[in-house]
Write a protein that binds this ligand. Structure first.
Ligand code: UD1
Ligand code: CA
Length: 503
């Protein structure tokens, strides 16, 4: 590790009791990604992944597996006895690493796994302020409208400070911190303090480690509070300072589902704002759910009540109509997605037309200028350039060429109850309405399949295949039946007669 650089510790071991959820708090999602993933992404602006330590405990293996790909390191806090205890565990881990010959960081930034909107620029500003002030501890703070529930930062000489209480003159530096007091431990005269502790700090590592062993559980929650380190340092003349974040929103925590949804809305507003700044039109953005890694080209229009999720990329000049849900898909320029399309893991070419009410399932690869119409389901299939399946079809495990017309109600029978089989359809093929194509089978280029056929054998190029019984027409049959009824031989209403017991 580079000794001049910052290490980062992310507190992520807590259960999140206030969420009343089985899922560990840091794996709850906002903006389509877990809280912890957002925090790790921000942490990477101040430290390399191998200098980021995630403290995990509650459901540790689940949390580890969920973010292992980010390259961060993990420290196990088996019992969660408070944020101060979490840092005691980090101290022990660092002692082990030092014994193994690793150089440890001179400064340690501490982030909270449940404060996910924090921006890289704010962390960079905090780090440089901390260095500039040469402080033992630097606290990132904010003044939200309603500070209830947060720890409060008591400034020397400020409201709620010992100087104010004792009527003494404050010392020379009123910006300097006296202590952090948790909500449940606030004295009456401290309740009006609006400056909150964001749970994000920088420490000189050696100073932090010196004070951790002096923490006690003598507080309303019976936990080791990391926040108590501030008061302990100040009492021994160490420099503890605070920096106010530019925006309150980015330091808001998520302790309850309602708070989490508030952060989700804030994040999605920001995502929509960024896309609109790039030339995307989003009608009623508050009704749309767009994940943070989605990319959309200029002049694309997103109508109200659309969800665009995961790693979806939409080209320019597209339109996505209301009630469509698109996940992890790539859509080419100029394509129209009509109302109510459900799409996942698909590739759609340029100038295509999809929907309304189409179900485009994983592995669908729909070519340029192709049409998929209403109540068509596709899965693991390719549809060539300009091909059309406009009504009521199921096309699964199929390779379909260009310029093909799939009639209404035609389906691929891809499953024999045990295995999936492929249907291959050449270029320029015409599949008549209501055909069933029993895979594995191939229809050659330019062939025709007659409407209503059940096709079980390959159809050569240029052929016509009929797979249905011949039509039988009985001249005069219906007229004769009517005459019988009129003569009273057959009831006009057999069902009613049955009820009356006549038949
Ligand atoms: C904490 C701060 C509070 C601050 C608020 C900001 C303390 C004592 N209080 O309160 O001053 O205003 O954050 O959001 O620090 N965690 C562990 N191990 C534990 C306990 C907690 O890793 O043993 C983790 C949690 O998973 C969470 C973070 O630490 O990510 C903060 O814990 P939480 O219980 O949410 O603290 P708050 O009550 O929000
Ligand atoms: Ca919290």
């Amino acid at each position: 590790m580079d000794t001049n650089a910052f290490g980062v510790a992310i507190l992520a071991a807590g259960k999140g009791t206030r969420l009343k959820s089985k899922r560990p708090k840091v794996l709850h999602e906002i903006g389509g990604q877990s809280l912890l993933r957002h925090v790790i992404a921000a942490a990477k602006s101040v430290a390399a992944p191998q200098e980021i330590f995630c403290i995990i405990g509650h459901e540790a293996e689940k949390v580890r597996a969920a973010v292992a790909d980010t390259g961060v390191r993990f420290v196990l806090q088996t019992e969660q006895r408070g944020t101060g205890h979490a840092m005691q565990v980090v101290k022990e881990e660092f002692a082990r690493l030092a014994a193994a010959g690793e150089k440890l960081p001179e400064h340690l930034m501490v982030l909270s796994g449940d404060v996910p909107l924090i921006r890289p620029t704010t962390l960079e500003a905090l780090a440089s302020f901390h260095r500039g002030e040469d402080a033992a501890m630097t606290i990132l703070t904010a003044e939200p409208h309603d500070p209830f529930g947060y720890g409060r930062v008591i400034r020397k000489g400020g409201p709620g400070s010992s100087y104010a209480r004792e009527g003494r003159e404050a010392p020379s530096a009123p910006g300097i911190v006296e202590a952090i007091v948790e909500q449940r431990d606030l004295k009456p005269e401290q309740r009006s303090v609006r400056e909150i502790n964001s749970g994000i700090y920088c420490f000189r590592t050696s100073a932090l480690f010196n004070y951790l062993d002096r923490l006690s559980t003598n507080n309303a929650n019976g936990e080791y509070y990391l926040t108590d380190v501030a008061g302990l340092m100040v009492a021994e003349g160490l420099r503890v300072v605070a920096l106010k974040a530019e925006s309150v929103d980015e330091v808001l925590g998520a302790n309850t589902i309602a708070e989490m949804m508030h952060l989700d809305a804030a994040m999605r507003r920001a995502i929509a704002g960024k896309l609109m700044a790039q030339g995307v039109t989003i009608f009623r953005p508050d009704t749309c759910v767009i994940d943070s890694e989605v990319e959309i080209g200029a002049d694309t229009v997103i109508e109200p009540f659309v969800q665009i999720l995961g790693l979806t990329k939409i080209g320019p000049d597209c339109r996505v109509r209301s009630y469509s849900v698109i996940k992890d898909s790539v859509i080419g320029a100029g394509t129209l997605i009509r109302n109510g399309v459900l799409m996942e893991d698909a590739i759609i070419g340029e100038a295509a037309l999809i929907g309304p009410y189409a179900h485009i399932r994983p592995g669908s690869d729909i070519g340029e200028a192709a049409h998929i119409g209403n109540f068509v389901e596709t899965k693991k299939m390719q549809l060539g350039r300009g091909s059309k399946a406009n009504h009521l079809s199921y096309l699964g495990d199929a390779v379909i060429g260009s310029g093909v017309n799939i009639g209404a109600g035609a389906i691929t029978c891809n499953y024999d109850g045990v295995h999936k089989h492929t249907t291959t359809i050449g270029d320029g093929v015409f599949i008549g309405s209501d055909s069933t194509l029993v895979a594995p089978m191939t229809v050659g280029d330019g062939a025709y399949v007659a409407a209503g056929s059940c096709i079980t054998d390959d159809v050569p190029a240029g052929a016509l295949a009929l797979g249905r019984s011949r039509q039988v027409t009985k001249e005069g049959w219906a007229t004769a039946k009517k005459a019988e009824r009129d003569a009273g031989k057959v009831s006009a209403d057999p069902a009613a007669d049955a009820i009356k017991g006549k038949v």
